[in-house]
Design a protein around this ligand. Structure first.
Ligand code: ADP
Length: 498
């Protein structure tokens, strides 16, 4: 296997989408450009699918669910997903280059976006193979005599998966593979900025697995209305979505007329409470690093740093040093850890939010603009804002850039109140010398997940989901698999137990 360093350079992905087992262009032949964000140059094209293409894909998925035995043949699904895992392994370096080309993610940090999701395919194949799809719920007294109840876990049906651009290959896998293993059929709609991580997935399914026609479809498009067509179609039983809270609300509303099951992983504005007994030399360089790798384009990023007033200047100095020396630049260079923002529009949004912070009284400690040595590419300097008003726009809105907002506090109670002052509740972090005290603070954070002293909450074996306006339902863990199943209870005479 060659390494990516041996074959650096942009690599265009497959232009085609996968509908009903056929790799195809949209009938008009229309395409849209895919831009490499590090050079601002067109790297290639993707087919520009239409609502009609989406409707064909949904029809194919519906037929595959209703008329084939995909939903009932667990051994065959295990066989197909094992093939998919092996096929992804064979295509690993190709997928990595496509990812770097369309996202601008630094090669050095692609492990969590390539190796991890490939491993997740194997995980879900094994998990699904060993899952208990039938549970005996015991005998219950009823007016008609004793009833034995058994719970049958059955697939939900046709699952529509809508994914964002920040970690596209990972989320394409995370949203579809457990759904497939559980016996559902799937229509994937990748984000406009990252069509190839989706189209390559479709190509690999078509060319290198026995997954039957219609079971897995990918509709590539540059139009939001194509995602909207998926989230509103009555033939779709469930939508799984990762993206902005605004789009999540639209998807919920579109699914309401047909009461669609909806799994949403939305925005975040996570807080990192640094307690006064924390090891600042451990916690704060890592906090700055987390803001810069992936260019801050991560929903779980703790982007609000809450520092005790007694050690405020000391904390700011550590993060400032880290950010000023952070290796920003060409994502193909293995020394760099921060690449560009994904698009010019995203860069403008980040720079605009930094300006709004300064306008509302925040102090710019470092960064705030475009790196001088990088005139090409959508780069933003690692940026530290101090004295941020917890109610200001920059403290309330998700920035999706390499930006930390520092807020001082006096007591643990005040820190918790500031952390919870958000419409979001995705993740949180606490750093402290006394782990019991840190745990008490973590328990009072109104978020789906918390990391204490850098020990991450995130992993395939543990449920991950947001509270408040950060989401509905879970990915990962037993909870994450059950999202793609209905629990059907069948009551029957108690003859089986005699
Ligand atoms: P961003 O604003 O950062 O591009 P979004 O949350 O809007 O992120 O987009 C994430 C995904 O949602 C993309 O695949 C996009 O095409 C899709 N999308 C956008 N608008 C809608 C909508 N109204 N209904 C369904 N999907 C949508």
């Amino acid at each position: 296997m060659t390494s990516v360093q041996d074959e650096t350079g942009v690599l265009a992905g497959d232009e085609r989408m996968l509908i009903d087992g056929e790799l195809q262009h949209t009938s008009s032949g229309a395409t849209f450009d895919v831009i490499h964000p590090a050079s601002e140059e067109v790297a290639g094209q993707a087919t520009d699918g239409t609502v009609a293409d989406m409707e064909r894909a949904i029809g194919a998925a519906r037929r595959a669910f209703d008329e084939t035995d995909w939903s009932r043949d667990l051994d065959f699904r295990y066989h197909c997903l094992t093939q998919l895992h092996e096929a992804f392994e064979r295509n690993k370096e190709h997928l990595r280059r496509v990812l770097i080309t369309e996202v601008g993610c630094p090669v050095k940090v692609t492990g969590s976006q390539i190796e991890s999701p490939i491993e997740e395919v194997r995980h879900w194949a094994e998990h699904g193979k060993n899952f208990e799809y039938l549970a005996d719920n015991g005998v219950h007294d009823t007016p008609m005599g004793p009833a034995r109840r058994k719970i049958h876990y059955e697939p939900v049906g046709v699952v529509g998966a809508i994914t964002p651009w920040n970690v596209p290959f990972y989320l394409n896998v995370a949203e579809t593979v457990p759904a497939l293993m559980a016996g559902n059929t799937v229509v994937l709609k990748p984000a406009q900025l990252t069509p190839w991580s989706g189209s390559e997935y479709g190509r690999i399914v078509a060319e290198e697995t026995d997954i039957p026609a219609g079971v897995f479809n990918v509709v590539v498009s540059n139009a939001n209305e194509v995602g909207a067509a998926l989230s509103g179609d009555p033939r779709v039983d469930m939508i799984t979505f990762t993206g902005s809270t605004a789009t999540g609300r639209a998807i919920l509303a579109a699914g309401a007329p047909t009461v669609k099951k909806t799994l949403l992983e939305l925005g975040g504005k996570s807080a990192h409470i640094v307690l006064d007994d924390a090891d600042f030399t451990m916690a704060l360089p890592m906090a700055a690093l987390m803001a810069c790798v992936m260019s801050g384009q991560s929903c779980i990023l703790p982007s609000r740093i809450l520092l005790p007033r007694s050690r405020y200047d000391e904390g700011i100095e550590i993060m400032k040093n880290m950010m000023e020396n952070f290796p920003v630049g060409d994502p193909w260079d293995p020394n760099n850890m921060q690449g560009p923002q994904i698009s010019q529009g995203q860069r403008e949004k980040v720079l605009g939010l930094i300006k709004s912070g300064i306008d509302s009284g925040a102090r710019l400690v470092t960064g705030g603009g475009i790196p001088e040595h990088l005139p090409k590419g959508y780069y933003v300097q690692p940026t530290l804002l101090a004295d941020v008003d917890p109610n200001s726009q920059v403290a309330q809105e998700e920035i999706f850039g390499p930006v930390l907002s520092v807020i001082p506090y006096d007591t643990d109670d005040e820190a918790i109140a500031i952390a919870n002052n958000s419409i979001y509740g995705l993740s949180g972090e606490v750093s402290g010398g006394d782990v019991d005290r840190a745990l008490e603070v973590a328990k009072r954070m109104r978020t789906g997940n918390v990391t204490i002293n850098g020990k991450s909450h995130f992993g395939i074996g543990s449920p991950f989901g947001g509270t408040k306006q950060s989401g509905l339902g879970y990915r990962n863990g037993e909870e994450g698999y059950k999202e793609y199943l209905e629990a059907k209870t069948i009551g029957m005479p108690d003859t089986a137990a005699l």
